[in-house]
Design a protein around this ligand. Structure first.
Ligand SMILES: Nc1nc2c(c(=O)[nH]1)N[C@H]1C(S)=C(S)[C@@H](COP(=O)(O)O)O[C@H]1N2
Ligand SMILES: [Mo]
Length: 316
C-alpha cells in the first residue's frame, strides 16, 4: 500500500517538522492501522507496557511500501552488537543478563540546558509512538522493524542547542564488565556515532525505547538507541549513555577503523558500492531473494534535500 507522501519541495530547512499525523502517514502506521481496521482487528499501539509480545495481529502490519514487519524473533535474534559478540546469533543470549532499566542518558555540550534523563522520564515527556521503519545494514541485509520511539528533535528542543552546535555526538555505555567485547583492543571503545545537526533535527531521526509495543530488548540497544532509517545500520548506535552537542564533525567508530569503507554520512546508496561488495541489492531477513536497495533506503522524498549540492559519491 502506497500512501501519499510529503513532496520534498514542501520541506524547507526552517519548517522541516512534519506533524504527528504526517509522520504516521509517511512511515506506514496509518497503512498498518487501516489494514487492521479493515479486518475488524483493533490497532495495537504501544499502550501495553512490559516485555515484547508476539501479538498475531502485528504480523498484518507493513511499512508504507507494503512490506510486512519482521517477526520479533528475527529482530531480537539476529543482531549486530559488537560489545557482546561479532556473532549475530549469539548476541541475544549474551545480552540476557544485561540490565537496562533504569537507564540514564546525559545530554551536554553546546546546549543551554544540559541534563541527565532517565528513559522513564523521557518516555513520560515525549510519549513514544510506534514507528515502522526499514533498517538496512551495510552488510546488505535488512529488516522492517516496528520501533517504539520519539524524535530526537523533541529532546534537543528541550536542551536547546546553542548556535555553534553543528553536530551531535553519541556514545554507547563503556563498561567491559557488562560488555565483554570491550576487552577487544582492536576497536576504539566506546562505540561512537555522529550526525550533522540538521540530520539530528529531522523528524525521522528517532530515539527508540521499545519494540513491538514492549520494552527495547537489551540486544537491540536498550535502554535507548538511535534509529536513522535512511542511513546504514551502523549509524543507529545502541545503548546510548551520552549525547554531546559539538562544533566539530565527531569521529565515529567505524569511520575511524576503516575510513575507505565507512564514511561519516553513510546514507544508504545503491550507486556507491562497499569496496568489498555491491550495495545495489539486499536480502530481507526471513526471505532468500535479493531485493533492490533504494536510495536513502526509500526515504529520499523526505531526506534527500538535506544533501542538496553535496557529492554523494565522495561524501559516502
Ligand atoms: N553500540 C553499538 N551500536 C550498534 C552496533 C554495535 O555493534 N554497537 N551495531 C550497528 C549495526 S552494524 C547495525 S546493523 C545495527 C543493528 O541493530 P539491531 O541489532 O537492533 O537490528 O545496530 C548498530 N548499532
Ligand atoms: Mo550493520
Amino acid at each position: 500500500m502506497i500512501l501519499p507522501k510529503i513532496p520534498s519541495s514542501e520541506i524547507t530547512p526552517k519548517s522541516s517538522y512534519l506533524n504527528r499525523r504526517d509522520f504516521i502517514k509517511s512511515t506506514g502506521l496509518l497503512a498498518g492501522s487501516m489494514l487492521l481496521s479493515a479486518c475488524g482487528i483493533s490497532s495495537t499501539s504501544q499502550t501495553n507496557p512490559g516485555a515484547p509480545t508476539s501479538n498475531p495481529s502485528i504480523s498484518l502490519k507493513t511499512d508504507e511500501l507494503g512490506s510486512p514487519v519482521n517477526k520479533l524473533e528475527e529482530i531480537a535474534g539476529y543482531n549486530n552488537f559488537y560489545e557482546f559478540s561479532t556473532d549475530k546469533e549469539s548476541v541475544a543470549k549474551l545480552a540476557s543478563g544485561f540490565s537496562t532499566n533504569p537507564w540514564l542518558v546525559e545530554v551536554f555540550g553546546k546546549v543551554n540546558n544540559p541534563g541527565t534523563y532517565s528513559v522513564d522520564d523521557l518516555e513520560k515527556r515525549f510519549k513514544p509512538e510506534e514507528r515502522i521503519m526499514r533498517l538496512r545494514c551495510v552488510e546488505a541485509w535488512s529488516m522492517v522493524i516496528p520501533w517504539v520511539g520519539f524524535s530526537l528533535a523533541d529532546l534537543l528542543s528541550v536542551v536547546e542547542p546553542t548556535s555553534d552546535a553543528a553536530y551531535v555526538r553519541f556514545e554507547t555505555l563503556y563498561d567491559p564488565e557488562v560488555f565483554p567485547g570491550q576487552f577487544d583492543r582492536r576497536y576504539p571503545w566506546p562505540y561512537q556515532e555522529g550526525l550533522r545537526i540538521d540530520e539530528a533535527m529531522h523528524p525521522l531521526t528517532t530515539l527508540a525505547t521499545g519494540l513491538y509495543g514492549g520494552e527495547l530488548p537489551a540486544q537491540n540497544g536498550g535502554g535507548i538507541r538511535l534509529v536513522v532509517p535512511w542511513k546504514y545500520g551502523f549509524k543507529s548506535i545502541k545503548s546510548i549513555t551520552r549525547i554531546e552537542l559539538v562544533d566539530y564533525q565527531p569521529s565515529t567508530l567505524w569511520s575511524s577503523i576503516a575510513p575507505n569503507e565507512y564514511g561519516f554520512f553513510a546514507n544508504v546508496n545503491p550507486e556507491v558500492d562497499h569496496p568489498r561488495w555491491s550495495q545495489s541489492t539486499e536480502r530481507r531477513i526471513g526471505g532468500f531473494e535479493r531485493i533492490p536497495t533504494l536510495p536513502f533506503n526509500g526515504y529520499a522524498d523526505q531526506v534527500a534535500s538535506l544533501y542538496q549540492g553535496m557529492d554523494l559519491q565522495k561524501n559516502y
